[in-house]
Design a protein. Structure first.
Length: 159
């Protein structure tokens, strides 16, 4: 069975987001083993300087890199990433399953991802040109993964 690892920075504070994550985790469990790793977001002042943001991203990046499985297909979610439709994401997941057996997706904090994390990932994915809160992005990504897995497995959910 495919292994999916989702590494996120920050915790879900709103109950409705936690409920949505739980629902998609349950749905995905029919297709893959999903592990969600929530890392602590670096603390920043209310109006951080660029240097403070860069230091926070470096700190978060070190912890993300340490949590990444070494042999997984790694995907960074970032604004400059490639946008895929659901069948294209399904094909990417199939390649990852065949090549590595494990796919690791990374969602950074509200300030993004450290460049070292992006460089460690074979793929950069953007789900939209719109801006979303990074906490909501976890739900959006899980829905997209579930839809892609349902396509791969011939389910009618994607239609």
């Amino acid at each position: 069975m495919l292994q999916l690892k989702l590494i996120t920075v920050g915790t879900l504070k709103e109950d409705y987001l936690r409920q949505a994550v739980a629902e998609y985790t349950k749905r995905i469990s029919g297709y893959a083993r999903l592990e969600i790793v929530a890392l602590r977001e670096a603390r920043l002042p209310d109006d951080p300087s660029p240097a403070q943001i860069a230091a926070a991203l470096r700190d978060e990046g070190e912890r993300i890199l340490a949590a990444m499985p070494p042999r997984a297909m790694k995907i960074a979610l970032c604004v400059e990433g490639k946008q895929l439709d659901s069948p294209e994401l399904a094909a990417l997941l199939e390649r990852g399953a065949a090549e590595a057996g494990c796919i690791c997706a990374v969602i950074g904090s509200s300030h993004g991802l450290d460049e070292r994390v992006k460089a460690a990932c074979a793929h950069r994915l953007s789900v939209s040109r719109l801006t979303f809160p990074h906490q909501l992005m976890q739900v959006i990504l899980l829905e997209a993964l579930y839809r892609a897995l349902s396509i791969t497995n011939g389910s009618k959910y994607h239609k």
